[in-house]
Design a protein around this ligand. Structure first.
Ligand code: ADP
Ligand code: F6P
Length: 459
């Protein structure tokens, strides 16, 4: 098979501390590339500290060659904080109200994409398969094509794709759609996202779905489109969880919740994750279920994310205040209902904590997939599995049919699902869990990777 060259904004280089990357893309690509080997190019996460982005830094770790570049402060501001995270992210998560348009940021976005293409070009061989990831790098294929590259180039979007009426509020939506048309295959998380993309082309009168829906024809090109639900290393994660029972940190956690039911939430601190609504639902659950007082602990593990973006900074304050307020209102001298942790934890520990929890509370307002939901399922004890309470607006809800599906905007409904989960009989828990686990064992990260690459390579 040809060499695989993966390009993404965020790259995980293994470090000696074993610190876990927080973010679905980093976790999934690490797993996929470890298996196949290849080049992984992206941003180092650092600023060069001057007006020049700096040279590519090459590092080898096992089968993966990392090619990392710094960006200038202006690049980070305009491309990453600006256009990617203040325009594309809110728009793709249906939050037109949060999008901040600026010509400078938009220009920065296209400029950094050209820069990525220029850095990547000398590394490329004629038969390399190039796989570009996520909303930061949509124009990359167009840049490579302009430079004359004829390689197969695939694109996978890790976040949702919005319906036409939402997308069209973005002034440069046509340029963004044109950017996608330069790929050979554009992959989305779910068929809803795929349909939204096709719907947008038709509504704008610039393209159509052809070949029984498998291809798009627009901007003078024909390219494939498909839905490929990203997943996890199910078996490995499940083994982590078993091993983690002996982990010192997990043992401490177990002792500290002795005699109490643990509910767990794990998310980057992001407004799309529905954390404030979730805390409201937990408060509502406690208020309406006095028999659970002092018998339940809700652990929310939430590393800070994109703190330089004002909406994220606000969110950090909001969640901290809310957790404090709820603890103050319903806690007692010997009961802290919400434990709120603001950092990443190593993945094996995370697996152990999921296994301890009677409920995995995953309630994003909108999410491309949500790997936490899948990890929670994989980590459960088959003899005594917990219950997944999952937002119907996460891509994962299309697959994990054994979950208790909730509408995260419906606070009472979510509170009710928590109560139902905590009192669910063992037989029903086992049956629901088995259904989800069987699915995840088949549709794991390797399956996702294989399915995408097969469709990309095939003519
Ligand atoms: P997103 O990509 O939007 O962050 P996902 O749920 O798809 O959302 O992926 C998040 C990934 O980051 C998961 O693999 C999860 O385990 C990891 N993660 C999230 N929070 C933490 C944390 N506090 N510590 C370690 N890993 C985390
Ligand atoms: O999975 C969605 C995603 O936006 C990834 O593209 C990204 O790596 C991850 O979330 C975390 O965000 P960031 O890279 O901005 O820290």
């Amino acid at each position: 098979m040809s060499r695989l060259v993966v390009v993404s904004n965020r790259v995980t280089v293994p470090d000696k501390t074993g610190a876990a990357p927080a973010g679905g893309l980093a976790v999934a690509l690490q797993a996929a590339l470890e298996e196949r080997g290849g080049i992984w190019m992206g941003w180092s996460g650092n600023s060069s500290g001057n007006e020049e982005p700096g040279p590519l830094e090459m590092q080898e770790h096992g089968a993966i060659t990392y090619a990392l570049t710094d960006l200038t402060d202006t690049d980070v501001e305009e491309y990453y904080h600006g256009f990617a995270n203040r325009v594309l992210w809110p728009i793709c998560h249906y939050r037109m109200d949060l999008a901040e348009y600026g010509r400078k940021e938009m220009a920065g976005y296209f400029r950094v994409n050209r820069f990525f293409a220029q850095k990547l070009a000398p590394l490329l061989k004629e038969d390399d398969i190039i796989w570009v990831h996520d909303y930061h790098l949509i124009p990359l294929a167009a840049e490579l094509r302009q430079m004359g590259f004829k390689n197969k180039i695939g694109f996978f979007l890790h976040i949702p794709w919005p319906p036409a009426d939402v997308l069209f509020t973005m002034p440069v939506h046509e340029q963004i759609m044109r950017g996608l048309s330069q790929y050979d295959l554009v992959g989305f998380q779910t068929d809803f996202d795929l349909d939204n993309f096709g719907g947008g082309l038709v509504r704008e009168g610039i393209g159509e779905r052809i070949d029984g829906g498998k291809k798009f024809s627009t901007f003078g090109r024909t390219f494939k489109g498909g839905a490929y639900s990203i997943s996890i290393e199910t078996e490995i994660f499940s083994k982590f969880a078993i091993k983690a029972e002996k982990n010192a940190m997990v043992r401490k956690a177990r002792q500290s919740v002795e005699g109490k039911d643990l509910i767990i939430g794990v998310d980057r601190l992001d407004y799309s994750k529905g954390i404030t609504q979730r805390i409201d639902a937990f408060e509502q659950f406690v208020a309406t279920n006095p028999d659970h007082h002092n018998k339940v602990t809700y652990l929310q593990i939430t590393p800070k994310s994109r703190s330089e973006v004002p909406e994220y900074e606000q969110m950090q304050r909001m969640v901290a205040e809310q957790a404090g307020r709820v603890n103050g209102a319903i806690g007692t001298v010997d009961w802290v209902p919400i434990r709120y942790i603001n950092r990443s934890v190593p993945r094996p520990v995370l697996a152990g904590l999921y296994r301890l929890a009677k409920i995995g509370l995953v309630t994003p307002l909108r999410d491309g997939m949500n790997l936490v939901a899948k990890e929670y399922v994989a980590a459960q004890d088959p003899e005594d599995p917990g219950v997944l309470v999952l937002s119907r607006f996460a891509g994962a809800a299309r697959e994990l049919r054994g979950a208790l599906l909730v509408n995260p905007y419906d606070i009472e409904g979510t509170a009710h699902a928590i109560a139902r989960g905590l009192s669910m009989p063992l037989d029903e828990r086992k049956q629901r869990w088995q259904m989800m686990m069987d699915h995840l064992l088949t549709y794991d990260i390797n399956r996702w990777c294989d399915d995408f690459l097969k469709d990309l390579i095939e003519d």
